[in-house]
Ligand binder design. Structure first.
Ligand code: FES
Length: 76
């Protein structure tokens, strides 16, 4: 998934595992919920929900990121 800080407007087109998706979700929604609930990608797991356990780790621009505590606004 590619990132860009401060990208708040509605629709984004993230590239996830080589596939383009077009989504329009709350910029404050955690990436984990967007992946699981909006896109149905269940490989990313929920653990502590507090950026402590790493169960929800995804790569944003090749950087390991806790998706439970990172808002969708950090993606484009
Ligand atoms: S769920 Fe534990 S770090 Fe995200």
């Amino acid at each position: 998934m590619e990132t860009r800080q401060g990208n708040l407007p509605g629709t984004i087109s993230p590239n996830i595992n080589g596939r383009e998706h077009e989504i329009d979700v709350d910029p404050e929604a955690p990436i984990l919920l967007v992946l699981r609930d909006t896109l149905g990608i269940s490989g990313t797991k929920f653990g502590c929900g507090a950026a402590l356990c790493g169960a929800c780790t995804v790569h944003l621009d090749s950087e390991a990121t806790c998706s439970c505590s990172t808002p969708r606004a950090f993606c484009r």
